[in-house]
Design a protein. Structure first.
Length: 69
């Protein structure tokens, strides 16, 4: 369909065991793949931890993320 997208509010808490997780950045993405903004992430016991939240931006649903080193 076309915007505006109708999506329920939902959250997912993500934990990823990665090599050198402290070097990772998480970005929320636009539907065209461009970066919308940095998503806060932490490292706990060598695991990258962040939250995906469809309501992160009140103007539009957030459902695409990118993790980069």
């Amino acid at each position: 369909g076309l915007p505006p997208y109708v999506m329920p509010r939902a959250q997912a808490h993500v934990s990823l065991a990665l090599e050198r997780p402290e070097q990772m950045k998480v970005y929320a993405l636009e539907t065209d793949g461009s970066r919308r903004g940095v998503v806060p992430a932490t490292v706990r016991a060598g695991v990258l931890v962040f939250t995906c939240d469809t309501a992160r931006d009140p103007t539009q649903a957030t459902y695409l993320y990118e993790i980069v080193r």
